[in-house]
Design a protein around this ligand. Structure first.
Ligand code: DGL
Length: 270
């Protein structure tokens, strides 16, 4: 039995970490498409082609359920995959919905009409492709009214994290937060809409100020996966061991992953 967690690179490890703590008995196949990261500057067809290829590899590794722990792939490819590509006995889920449910204080399956919620001014930090897709605003509009979302495309942050250049990543985060604040001086909440960004959580929080509530996805996705598996226990596939697959340089990716998670992670070639 294994569940797949996919990302363009290292960012999905933030989700992997939370899922492995919440569901320690569930084997996980992690796939990082590091050779093709970042996805955030690619067009939707390109992201769709790369994502479907990776997910096929995860079916082969014994997963029946794959989480796209990548907002860019969730925004650019998920709907198309669910509508016309995913076989009937498999599932692919994204990472937007658990986050929006938390922001709007809704529980799973609450399909009541959109209503006013506590937060009115929300800053969204995401990749250029996720921002351009407006997928976050679309999902939010199904559930909440009267929320003003200001989106900031954070060019360069994913590349810096993938390269392990945390000084550059920090400088870029601060400059993106400054740019956001020029457009929305007092956000009440901030969404880290890219799974790489929780690695820079403290820098976002520091630059935004302590009064801003920063939402990131890892724990929310883990909780929602646990709930999903309770309702659909047969969706745990046949895979039996934890695996870390990458299209990138196995040694480099293993070293960075070990640095981020502070425990030894060994990738193998996808
Ligand atoms: N971690 C991804 C996301 O959540 C990846 C971004 C990228 O590859 O640009 O959007």
């Amino acid at each position: 039995m294994a569940v797949g967690i996919f990302d363009s690179g290292l960012g999905g490890l933030t989700v992997y970490d939370a899922v492995s703590k919440r569901l320690p008995e569930v084997p996980i196949v992690y796939f990082g498409d590091n050779a093709h990261a970042p996805y955030g500057v690619r067009d939707a067809d390109d992201v769709y082609d790369l994502t479907t290829k990776a997910v096929e590899r995860m079916w082969e590794a014994g997963c029946d359920l794959v989480i796209l722990a990548c907002n860019t792939a969730s925004a650019a490819a998920l709907r198309r995959m669910q509508e016309s590509w995913v076989p009937t006995d498999k599932r692919v889920l994204g990472v937007f919905v658990p986050l929006i449910e938390a922001l709007t204080e809704r529980s799973w399956g609450d399909n009541s009409p959109p209503r006013e919620v506590d937060v009115q001014h929300v800053a969204l930090f995401a990749t250029p492709a996720t921002v351009a897709s407006r997928a976050f605003q679309r999902e939010l509009a199904f559930r909440a009214i009267g929320v003003d979302v200001e989106a900031q495309a954070c060019g360069g942050v994913v590349d810096a994290i993938e390269d392990g250049d945390m000084i550059l990543a920090e400088a870029l985060v601060r400059s993106h937060v400054d740019a956001l604040k020029r457009k929305m001086p007092e956000p009440q909440a901030a969404i880290l809409g890219c799974t790489h960004y929780p690695i820079m959580h403290d820098t976002f929080q520091d630059a935004l100020g302590a009064r801003v509530k920063v939402y990131s996805q890892a724990n929310l996705v883990a909780e929602s996966l646990a709930d999903y598996l309770e309702r659909h226990p047969t969706m745990i596939g046949t895979g039996e061991k934890n695996m870390f697959l990458t299209t990138g340089d196995v040694r480099k990716v293993s070293d960075r992953a070990t640095q981020f998670l502070r425990r030894r992670i060994t990738f193998e070639s996808a």
